[in-house]
Design a protein around this ligand. Structure first.
Ligand SMILES: NC(=O)c1ccc[n+]([C@@H]2O[C@H](COP(=O)([O-])OP(=O)(O)OC[C@H]3O[C@@H](n4cnc5c(N)ncnc54)[C@H](OP(=O)(O)O)[C@@H]3O)[C@@H](O)[C@H]2O)c1
Length: 336
């Protein structure tokens, strides 16, 4: 016969259960917040020298401007030789000369490839540059977003295809051709640039958002695949950074400059920072870590509301961008 608790017994059992669940939830919140704080502000990431000795090579895509240029400069400062791939040869050569003037012993090779329409020949030219070199680091940095937020139905086919070719296809091809030159060393780093635009679905940037979400899933899968072979695969989530892509020139608390962002990214390899989820994804810059944490952990359960807020924000950005384009056009007409 089942044991009869009686009304008081049921009440006691219920309160014990509620207290237990409350204590577990609180412990989980304290653990997660503590982990984020330690990871973002205290604990160092894996040291760059653990991926290869001085004089081994780093391959960087999109290296002629913005974050890629900064990755190149900071990796040269750490003693890595560089293969820089990007679209504009003259800009690549400028970057190489500037780095050479500062770090004269750095060996630098450059290759101009337009990743929006790269051919097999372009990839074999890159393959030829990589051949015979000990590659310690690959920075999958090249990326393109929409020129302004745009409804998917109105997105020009060329823009749509460029985004997918550059962000997804080129990243996969370059990684596949570099990886065989890393595997024999049983160590190395594959770092891929992500975006909060891919972490949360972003209306009016749907193709960019989808491309970065693809990269995030791909990078985490690759991390699981390559860990037994000693290769670190790390995905970096970023919010806004001053650069040509963001069209923001002035740094602020929430928008770091390229130098500070890259410094934090390179010093937090293997740390999650504000990211909640796989250890192979991190949000390294402190204010971005706060935003990432707020979006995923605090607002995650309200994801539909987040989608509406995100849509309204990008509708507003589009309106302002169109108004500015109209103003520029009129001013152009007046001066001509
Ligand atoms: N800036 C941000 O706010 C932000 C936020 C989140 C994530 N990210 C990500 O960070 C990465 C770098 O962004 P960024 O802000 O540094 O961009 P950026 O300043 O616009 O620089 C982009 C770089 O990629 C190169 N590139 C562009 N299109 C190319 C093509 N078709 N073929 C070859 N190279 C090409 C550019 O070469 P050229 O010399 O020819 O221009 C340049 O070197 C991207 O993956 C981006 O999605 C940026």
């Amino acid at each position: 016969m089942p044991y009869d608790l009686g009304p008081l017994g049921v009440q006691n059992a219920l309160s014990t259960t509620l207290i237990g669940v409350g204590a577990l939830s609180l412990a989980s919140i304290i653990y997660t917040v503590g982990r984020v704080l330690l990871s973002t502000f205290v604990l160092p990431g894996q040291s760059l020298s653990s991926f290869g000795p001085k004089g081994s090579w780093a391959v960087i895509t999109g290296a002629s401007d913005g974050l890629g240029k900064e990755f190149a400069s900071q990796l040269a400062a750490k003693g890595f030789d560089l293969i820089l791939a990007s679209r504009t040869k003259s800009k690549l050569d400028n970057v190489a000369n500037t780095i050479k003037n500062k770090y004269s012993s750095t060996e630098i090779e450059t290759i101009a490839i337009d990743f929006s329409k790269a051919t097999d020949k372009d990839y074999s030219n890159l393959q030829a540059l990589v051949e015979g070199k000990k590659i310690a680091i690959l920075i999958n940095n090249v990326g393109q977003s929409h020129s302004i937020p745009v409804p998917f139905a109105e997105t020009e086919r060329q823009e749509m295809e460029s985004i997918i070719n550059i962000n997804c296809h080129a990243t996969l091809r370059v990684t596949q051709l570099v990886l065989p030159h890393m595997l024999p060393n049983k160590k190395g780093l594959i770092l891929t640039m992500g975006s909060l635009g891919g972490l949360t679905p972003t209306p009016l940037l749907a193709t960019y958002s989808g491309s970065k979400a693809f990269l995030q899933q791909w990078s985490n899968a690759l991390a699981g695949e390559l860990a037994p072979q000693g290769i670190t695969v790390h995905f970096v989530q970023a919010y806004l950074i001053t650069s040509a892509m963001s069209k923001i020139k002035k740094a602020s608390i929430i928008v770091p400059n390229e130098k500070n962002f890259v410094k934090s990214a390179l010093s937090k390899i293997g740390r999650r920072g504000g990211s909640v989820g796989f250890a192979s994804t991190g949000s390294p810059y402190w204010s971005h870590a706060v935003v990432t944490f707020a979006i995923t952990y605090l607002l995650g359960p309200m994801s539909n509301l987040l989608l509406v807020i995100n849509r309204n924000m990008h509708v507003d950005i589009r309106k302002r961008a169109l108004r500015k384009a109209e103003r520029d056009k009129q001013q152009g007409k007046k001066t001509s």
